[in-house]
Design a protein around this ligand. Structure first.
Ligand code: MN
Length: 230
């Protein structure tokens, strides 16, 4: 069985559409959250997720939107983003987000899988970057495969017999500008991180025309680290 894994769409339906087309031969597609936030095509993204029967969990940005505000300590971009989202997201999209779980626990071929946006210890707001200092902690997590999002950096890491997967972001990649996603082959248990090109210029133009903030584009490659492969 081939499982497509995506995360952190952030209202970039342009990127999502390209990545879903690359995953058309997969048996299932999973999404590790943050469907909303930053970019204006959230309704379009949710339509695509429904059309392709993608199974998703909630992300922290989705939760902020449902709560109507970002937490006190959030950075100004995130606060602005939540205010923008409240203006543009349709009631039916809010309902879709409201019905998403904060984690999913299920089995595929006898393997126990946990999917959540952040980390097994903080489902919504945890962050496991590729240079996380203590992967040994995952030995205590009672699942065979742990699917995460949140960092926008792709990660595939084996800890003993466990596999930790973060597909990176198909909406706002932060390592470099190619869209990122993963394909997990459950027969061989191999995970591949894939990258896809997209027209950033066209996307920016259309997103700005729909009222998104120029500064929301500043996060692309801001940290200028390269963890993925092209
Ligand atoms: Mn995110």
């Amino acid at each position: 069985m081939k499982i497509g894994i995506i995360s952190d769409i952030h209202g970039n339906s342009h990127g999502l559409k390209i990545v879903l087309s690359k995953l058309s031969k997969c048996d299932k597609t999973l999404c590790a959250g943050d469907i909303s936030g930053y970019y204006p095509f959230v309704d379009e993204s949710i339509s695509l997720l429904k059309e392709h029967k993608v199974i998703s969990v909630l992300g922290n940005h989705d939760q902020y939107l449902l709560e109507g505000k970002a937490p006190e300590g959030a950075n100004p971009e995130v606060k602005k983003s939540v205010r923008f989202m409240k203006k543009i997201v349709s009631p039916s999209s809010l309902k879709y987000l409201f019905n998403l779980p904060i984690n999913l626990k299920f089995k595929i071929k006898g393997k126990k899988i946990l999917m959540c946006h952040g980390s097994p210890w903080d489902y919504l707001r945890g962050r496991i970057y590729p240079d996380f200092s203590n992967f040994k902690e995952f030995e205590q997590v009672p699942f065979d495969v742990i699917i995460l999002g949140q960092t926008h950096y792709p990660l595939v890491r084996k800890v003993g017999k466990k596999t930790i997967i973060n597909p990176g972001s198909c909406g706002q990649p932060r390592d470099y500008n190619l869209l990122s996603y993963a394909i997990w082959d459950t027969n061989s248990n191999k995970v591949e991180i894939k990258r896809a090109a997209w027209d950033i210029g066209k996307f920016k133009k259309e997103a700005l025309a729909r009222g998104t903030e120029q500064e929301f584009f500043g996060v692309f490659s801001r940290e200028n680290k390269i963890y993925g492969k092209e």
